[in-house]
Design a protein. Structure first.
Length: 77
């Protein structure tokens, strides 16, 4: 993990954030001995989340079941 002094971090904040993104974390050390770790936040949504669609016409339960049956018929051995 790369370490920066407080002054270096302040002067090169954009580069510090990019380094944290690449490496996972960076440390900032103050003169009084305190240190802080900056790390990227993990995404809170699933990469599999996709926006839904709105059909032009309403679809009822029977139409959905027919579509499922047709799809299963195509792939049954």
């Amino acid at each position: 993990m790369k370490s920066y002094t407080y002054s270096e971090a302040r002067q090169n904040f954009a580069a510090l954030l990019e380094q944290a993104r690449r490496d996972g974390a960076v440390r900032i050390q103050r003169r009084d001995g305190q240190s802080f770790v900056v790390m990227p936040e993990q995404p809170t949504t699933s990469p599999l989340d996709i926006a839904g669609i709105t059909p032009a016409q309403a679809i009822d339960r029977d139409e959905i079941l027919i579509s499922i049956r047709e799809g299963r018929r195509r792939y049954d051995p």
